[in-house]
Design a protein around this ligand. Structure first.
Ligand code: DQA
Length: 149
């Protein structure tokens, strides 16, 4: 299976940005770990990060026909973007929403997501380890789908 990991705004600053909330690992190191983990499960990972909403929308469109599963940390676009919601609905690719921090224990404006109700899973507050949990869950859901149609 081909997994696309999408990271939204400011996630390029991982490792430097509020490390008490987001951890010390850089995005590059995290994505290297994710690729290795997916390979262990016989899946492959492509990664894209952007600070621009339209670039993430375009990456979702480009995923049509080649990507089986999306893992997305939309960053602050989680709480604002109907465009990301519409793009994910438009391509009809199953996706898991992930947040490094526990958004429910933070400011109230982080407690609403435009994506959670249409996601096939949501992983919140497990730190950067959440990306591996998302890959594992994507693999499990994909295998189940292949078996049961
Ligand atoms: C985040 C949570 C969002 O509220 C925030 O805007 C981010 C990161 C997380 O991974 O915890 O940029 O998605």
């Amino acid at each position: 299976m081909n997994i696309l990991i999408l990271n939204g705004p400011n996630l390029n600053l991982l490792g430097k940005r509020e490390p008490d909330i987001y951890g010390a690992q850089t995005l590059q190191d995290l994505m290297t770990d994710c690729s290795a983990y997916a390979e262990q499960l016989n899946h492959s990972v492509t990664h894209f990060q952007s600070n621009a909403e339209h670039e993430i929308v375009n990456a979702i469109h480009d995923a049509m026909n080649t990507i089986d599963f999306i893992v997305i940390n939309p960053g602050a676009f989680t709480h604002t973007s109907i465009a990301l919601r519409d793009a994910l609905l438009g391509v009809n690719i199953p996706f898991i929403e992930i947040h490094i921090s526990n958004v429910h224990a933070r400011e109230t404006f982080r407690q609403h997501s435009y994506l959670s109700d249409i996601a096939s899973g949501v992983i919140v507050g497990c730190g950067t380890h959440g990306y591996k949990l998302a890959i594992e869950s994507a693999a499990q859901q994909f295998n189940h789908q292949q078996k049961n149609g």
